[in-house]
Design a protein around this ligand. Sequence first.
Ligand code: GAF
Length: 379
Amino acid sequence: MTQSEFRRVYQADPEGVWAAPGRVNLIGEHTDYNDGFVMPFALPHTTTAAVSRRTDGLLRLHSSNAPAPVAELRIADLEPGTADGWTGYPAGVLWALRGAGHHITGADIHYDSTVPVGAGLSSSAALEVVTALALSDLYELGLQRWQLARLCQRAENVFVGAPTGIMDQTASACCQPGHALYLDTRDLSQRQIPFDLAAEGLRLLVVDTRVKHAHSDGAYGERRRGCEEAAAALGVVALRDIPHDELDAALGRLADDGLRRLVRHIVTENHRVEQVVERLEAGDTRAIGPVLTAGHASLRDDFRISCAELDLAVETALSSGALGARMTGGGFGGSAIALVEDAATDKVTEAITGAFAAENHLAPRVFTAVPGAGARRID
Ligand code: GAF
C-alpha cells in the first residue's frame, strides 16, 4: 500500500520502506521533562514511510492520511515556522539532522499511518522517528536509536514548538515486542522488561476517549514551567533529584500549594515506576493494578490534567472489574488504559461504552494493546 502509493505519487519505486510505532505509556507520566523514569511500550499501530533520496536539495512529502498535493520544501531554507501542519514534523527532522551536521541532499517520502491521531498515542513521534530512521539508513548516517530520539525531540521542541520530553520518541525508536521499556530519561539508559499479558490471562485495554480539550497544549507548557520553578526553589537540577523518602521535607520547604502538588506528583510517580518494575520482575503482574490506579489519582488531583471523559473511563473500568486503570499520555483528553482479566474484557468494554453513551460523550474506541516492535525497515 505504502509502496504503491509512492509509485502513484512520485512515478518511481521507493528505495525502501520503514515503520515506526505509536506508544502507550504504562506508568511514569510527565516525569520525562523532570529527568525521571517512564515505562512505555510500542503499539502495533505504525506510521510507514516509503522513501527515496534526491540530489537537488528538495524534500517532497505526501501522506495518505492528509490527502493534499505533494508538499515541496527546500532543505536549505528550513527554519522553525517554514512548514505547516503535519509536514512540520518530518521537515523538523530534516532541519535537526542538518543542524547536527548531517548532509542530506533531498528525499521523496510517502506516509501511511494506523496510529490514531490526537489520541495521546504518539502519532507525531511515530512520524518523526520513521523519517529519521529512513534517512539515517539511506544516507548511512550510522545514528544510534537514542540519537535518533534526541534529534526527533529537538525537531518537536524547536521546529514544531511543542515543549515535550523524550519519552515518545525513545519509545518509538527503542521498544521491543513483548516488552515495556524502563527508561531513565536523564541519561537514556534503558532496560527491556518482559510484558506478556496474554501469557498470564490478562489484557491491557486502551480507551481512546476521542476528545482533546483545547487548552491541552498551553497547560502542558505550564506544568513544565511549574516543575522547573519548583526544582529551582528546592535547589535541585530536576525534580528527579528529590528522593521519595525526602518528599515531605521538600514539600515543607515550598510555600506555594500549586508547586507542592506538582512536586508530589512527580516524586510519587517516579516511585510508582519503580514499584511497577519490581512487581513485573517478581512475576506479580496483577499487583501493578493498584499502582496504575494511584497514578491516575495523582494526575487528577495533584497534577490536575485529567478531564471528565478520562475520569469516567477509569472509574467505570474499575467499578466493572478492572485490576487497575489510569489516564495515559499528556492529559486533557486522549486515552486511558485498564488492566483486566481476559474474561472481564467484554464486561469492562461494554460498561465504558454504556457510561459514555449515558453522559452523551462521543463513543470511545476501546482496543487491546499488545506490545509491538520499535522502528524498523520493513522493505
Ligand atoms: C506527551 C509528551 F510528548 C511526553 O514527552 C510526555 O511528557 C507525556 O506527554 C506525559 O508523560 O506525550
